[in-house]
Design a protein around this ligand. Sequence first.
Ligand SMILES: CC(C)(COP(=O)(O)OP(=O)(O)OC[C@H]1O[C@@H](n2cnc3c(N)ncnc32)[C@H](O)[C@@H]1O)[C@@H](O)C(=O)NCCC(=O)NCCS
Ligand SMILES: Nc1ncnc2c1ncn2[C@@H]1O[C@H](COP(=O)(O)OP(=O)(O)OP(=O)(O)O)[C@@H](O)[C@H]1O
Length: 286
Amino acid sequence: MKQLSQTHAEVQAQRLATLARDCLIDEARLSPKPGLVDSRGNGAHHDLSLALMERSAHSLTPTFLQLAQQSWQRPADIALRETVGRLGREGEQQMMKATDGVNTHRGAIWALGLLVSAAAMQSESASAQQIADTAAGLARLPDSAAPKVFSKGLKATHRYQVPGAREEAQQAFPHVMTLALPQLLRSRANGASESEARLDALMAVMTSLSDTCVLSRAGMIGLNAMQNGARAVLTAGGCAQPAGREALARLDAQMLALNASPGGAADLLAATLFLDRVSQPASCSI
Ligand SMILES: CC(C)(COP(=O)(O)OP(=O)(O)OC[C@H]1O[C@@H](n2cnc3c(N)ncnc32)[C@H](O)[C@@H]1O)[C@@H](O)C(=O)NCCC(=O)NCCS
Ligand SMILES: Nc1ncnc2c1ncn2[C@@H]1O[C@H](COP(=O)(O)OP(=O)(O)OP(=O)(O)O)[C@@H](O)[C@H]1O
């Protein structure tokens, strides 16, 4: 009996890890994304490419697997928080090794790492909201081993007095739960293709996120351009409509001109795809 449940846990942990990796790859390939790396090219980045993003995603499968294995059916306590923090930091090192020192997925490891852990902590019938709430509980716990780094993200949150990646997770991913997931489902229901629905979900995040990647590179002017441009796409009917696609092309040109790239929004799209599939396997599609 014990043998059987261990095997079941192993299969489920593998499934969560593969799913997280696939969501990173789907996010990276989705095109056309404003300012970001996609199937067309490097967006506003000189040191990133799609091949590098895909290599990075593959390098993270063992990290996601260990996160799922270590979190399996456990409660959210300090011991688990410290394990998850250690595994997340080791994952960052794996990523850096795979990319020769380029940051391809730091924010994504944080968001997806917490969600993989949360999904493993819960029963398989957990809803997206339950998984996001559990991830938030973990993110709110202190990790005494965390190094004190004054990162670019932290600098931007202090300078502009806005929430960043930490707060998004601690508040149970509001941009995923109240904007991106509902938009993904709405666009699908309205007949958009899967790619168009995913782009619409990305736009929904971009209408309101204080993305510290954009703030670091392009300041408040860049952030306002991102939010207004994304709103224009959705107001024009979204990416399934010619007017929506024109607005998306304008936003892409604007992001490139400002050297801005909404990496935080991209991370949250990957998180959205993960929650969509992990909580409703039947709706998995491309
Ligand atoms: C919390 C993290 C992302 C650091 O965040 P911080 O804002 O200090 O800085 P940094 O500039 O290095 O990275 C921020 C990244 O988050 C993403 N992001 C930016 N803005 C936002 C936002 N508003 N909401 C969500 N994500 C965002 C972007 O990808 C950005 O590059 C993370 O690196 C971290 O500290 N991890 C610790 C290890 C850990 O505990 N892991 C547990 C889960 S695996
Ligand atoms: N498709 C994508 N294109 C670009 N960035 C992405 C994409 N998907 C996710 N990201 C996220 O964007 C972040 C890139 O961060 P950022 O651009 O701030 O990198 P950096 O190297 O720290 O800074 P900079 O490029 O400004 O020197 C990563 O942490 C990653 O999680």
